[in-house]
Design a protein around this ligand. Structure first.
Ligand SMILES: Cc1cc2nc3c(=O)[nH]c(=O)nc-3n(C[C@H](O)[C@H](O)[C@H](O)COP(=O)(O)OP(=O)(O)OC[C@H]3O[C@@H](n4cnc5c(N)ncnc54)[C@H](O)[C@@H]3O)c2cc1C
Length: 466
């Protein structure tokens, strides 16, 4: 089937406004937020915007029959090339299918279609005093479908975990067009151990096993109070040591963020009025819950941090909390500005390592940056060892692009060497695929066997994961 026939076949299945094929439209879908798509444009042959399970089924049946690749896509905020078509074919944009189907307040769950934006869902749930806890930085853009497909999380994962913990069931259209429901076809149960856990299989499957068309999520009651501790450390190793002592005091903060010296300097250069103290590291602890427990946890963390920190502050006043958090909230933007002619590279950007090796990781990344002559800004979710690395280069300079690709490769190898993972949040997509065997060994064969069983023609998001 050539491109023109494919476009006509899609127009026969869908309304005119659900099929895109003009060059400008295809260009829009040729990138996501990855560095890969800054250097290489990957065009689909056609883009479809289905808005029902039946439409997704019809598209998949046709694609399956003709062996046409299909790449599901949400908002395209992924950092790994996951939502772009490596081998042409169909990009299936699910972002406009954004119904909140049901909020089941007594059963603490919500049913949504894949295109609902994360922040919109939480705005809607607020009236019921509920929330869906994972909190990616892309909250105002990314879709729930994309979050499930990538098992997304955020800075509160230390207490609330990743998306997988909240997915109770899914409707999935398989590559041949068949529909299945995981987690029980009629179930509204929160607890369910019946059968193989297919829900977990599809969470984090990055679009290689099927199209997620309906999601049943568990919600949690909203915490009533919140507070922030900021602690400044002259010695880097004192930061993880303090985190460990906070855990050993029986406290599980809702967020523990680190800014190392590179991030502190980047923030101060970007917004001098924030005036973060010069130090090897700054930690920000967020605690949430009921007012009495928040107060006890905050004051206890302040006392523990004071043993090593040169400066500590504990705040519950909203304006003061926002001021303490401001440095962290501008870090990503500040990182991109450390070089006037530079641009931040989203690659090797979210390795995760054991907590006991965070300080070593930050030092080794600093050394790698020096070795390759590339400024690197480090920050991240120290509470779960998820380090965000921001190399800054001139992306128009091929020599710098080559150097940064080497740097990023070494960062990925470092993560595995230090008993961690090449990705704690953003997933594998196209860019971390080369590390699959290094990270998972023989388990990759089992992943491939599952893929082969569900997608024998290899049409679902080919070229991703393994
Ligand atoms: C500024 C910024 C901040 C970010 N912060 C975080 C963060 O804190 N934590 C984090 O985890 N991530 C973060 N990300 C990465 C990204 O936002 C998440 O991975 C998000 O879950 C992707 O959602 P999306 O809707 O944009 O999906 P897309 O990028 O469109 O797709 C991502 C993957 O999911 C697949 N997919 C999408 N929808 C479906 C579906 N319905 N069925 C099957 N497969 C599907 C795609 O094929 C692709 O492989 C950030 C990105 C940016 C740009």
């Amino acid at each position: 089937m050539d491109r023109k026939q494919l476009r006509e076949a899609m127009l026969a299945l869908l309304e005119k406004d659900q099929v895109l094929y003009e060059d400008l439209d295809l260009m829009y879908y040729s990138y996501d937020s990855s560095f890969l798509t800054k250097t290489e444009r990957l065009y689909p042959d056609v883009v479809v915007l289905p808005r029902s399970t039946e439409q997704v089924q019809a598209i998949m049946r046709l694609a399956y029959e003709h062996g046409i690749p299909v790449t599901p896509r949400g908002a395209g905020t992924g950092e790994t090339g996951g939502g772009v078509a490596l081998h042409g074919g169909i990009v299936m944009d699910l972002a406009s299918w954004d119904d909140i189907v049901e909020v089941d307040v007594p059963n603490m769950q919500v049913v949504v279609r894949p295109g609902v934006v994360h922040a919109d869902l939480n705005d809607h749930l607020a009236q019921y005093n509920l929330f869906f806890p994972p909190d990616p930085g892309s909250s105002k853009m990314c879709t729930i479908g994309g979050m499930v497909a990538n098992n997304a999380s955020g800075l509160r994962a230390v207490k609330y975990g990743c998306t997988e913990q909240y997915v109770l069931g899914l409707e999935v259209v398989l590559p041949d067009g068949e529909v299945i429901v995981t987690g029980g076809v009629r179930s509204k149960a929160i607890k369910n151990v019946s059968g193989l856990n297919l829900t977990k299989l599809f969470v984090g499957s990055e679009g290689v096993l099927g199209v997620i068309t309906r999601i049943r999520l568990r919600c949690w009651p909203r915490p009533k109070a919140r507070g922030i501790v900021m602690a400044v450390f002259p010695a880097l190793d004192d930061a993880p040591a303090t985190v460990l002592e906070v855990y050993q005091a029986g406290i599980l903060p809702s967020g523990i963020e680190i800014l190392d010296q590179s991030a502190i300097r980047a923030v101060n250069q970007f917004k001098p009025e924030i005036a973060l103290p010069e130090a090897e590291a700054i930690l920000l602890f967020e605690v949430d819950g009921n007012p009495a427990s928040v107060d006890w946890e905050g004051t206890t963390i302040r006392e523990i941090a004071s043993r090593r920190a040169s400066q500590v502050e504990w705040a519950t006043d909203p304006a003061r909390m926002a001021a303490l958090w401001e440095g962290r909230s501008v870090t990503a933007t500040a990182a991109a500005r450390v070089r006037a002619d530079g641009s931040r590279v989203f690659a090797g950007e979210d390795i995760s390592v054991p907590l006991s090796r965070v300080a070593e990781t930050l030092r080794r990344i600093r050394e790698l940056g020096q070795q390759y002559g590339i400024p690197v800004v480090n920050y991240g979710h120290i509470g779960d060892g998820n380090v965000h690395t921001a190399p800054v280069i001139d992306p128009e300079d091929p020599a710098e692009v080559e150097q940064v690709n080497r740097l990023v490769h070494d960062i990925h190898l470092l993560a595995v060497e230090l008993e961690g993972s090449t990705t704690g949040e953003h997933g594998v997509g196209a860019v971390r695929r080369p590390y699959a065997e290094l990270e998972h060994g023989g388990a990759v064969k089992v992943m491939q066997a599952i893929k082969q069983a569900l997608d024998p023609r290899g049409i679902m998001n080919p070229g991703k994961l393994f």
